[in-house]
Design a protein around this ligand. Structure first.
Ligand SMILES: C[S@@+](CC[C@H](N)C(=O)[O-])C[C@H]1O[C@@H](n2cnc3c(N)ncnc32)[C@H](O)[C@@H]1O
Length: 211
């Protein structure tokens, strides 16, 4: 299955999960709110990749009421839920695949929570380059996501994706933190740092575009 087909399978998965999504993910709020606590004070133009129902944006808009957020997400049911939130008027939603949609430019920050662990290393490098390119000088990339605690876990999940994909309704392929940092550095990010957030296998990864 190619990337486009895999992403459509992700879309189907989240479309079907919509009724239980917020209940399940409300237990992950620390990992989502960590993004807002790391945003630069003056951040205004923000791109959220895979915002889903917008759980991370609840706290973000409490702290940054003037923010202008653009959201890209492939799952229409998730975005429909986001559009019912009180801050929806301050959010522009684009329903589409990260690998196909134009990200725009000149963002103060690109943020993402629990959404970028479905891509192979080469795909992620392409995505990180796209993120780097759409940031302003000194812009931030903040990603709070599921990570592989060991290389064995990363390898095992990738094996499942490549050999047993049809047997899984949904499969996560997180990278190790070391692998994440290497990719960010390869596309040009600087001031890269990482910290675990709430759960052992969750990391907040921060990086900055400096030109
Ligand atoms: C686990 S949810 C996270 C939602 C939200 N950020 C949160 O933390 O609650 C992952 C989201 O990423 C979106 N997503 C995954 N792959 C995508 C892709 N290739 N293009 C656009 N959106 C994608 C899914 O549709 C889903 O809404």
């Amino acid at each position: 299955m190619n990337l486009q087909e895999r992403n459509q399978k992700v879309r189907n998965f989240f479309n079907e999960k919509i009724d239980s999504y917020d209940d399940v993910h409300s237990t992950f709020m620390i990992t989502k709110n960590a993004i807002t606590d790391s945003l630069d004070k003056g951040a205004k133009r923000i791109l959220d990749l895979g915002a889903g129902t917008g759980l991370e944006l609840i706290y973000l808009f409490e702290c940054f009421p003037e923010a202008e957020v653009t959201v890209i997400d492939i799952t229409e049911n998730m975005l429909a839920k986001l559009k019912t939130r009180s801050f929806a008027d301050h959010v522009t939603t684009i329903c589409g695949d990260f690998f196909e949609v134009d990200f725009g430019e000149e963002y103060d920050a690109v943020i993402s929570t629990s959404a970028l662990h479905h891509f192979k290393s080469k795909e992620k490098r392409f995505l990180y380059q796209k993120i780097y390119n759409c940031l302003k000088e000194n812009g931030q990339f903040l990603n709070s996501d599921y990570i592989a605690l060991t290389q064995e876990i990363e390898d095992r999940q990738l094996y499942e994706l490549e050999h047993n994909f049809d047997q899984h309704k949904h499969i996560d392929i997180p990278l190790t933190v070391e692998h994440e940092l290497e990719l960010l550095s390869l596309v040009g990010f600087q001031d890269i740092s990482t910290e675990s957030v709430d759960k052992e296998n969750y990391s907040l990864i921060k990086a900055r575009k400096k030109v």
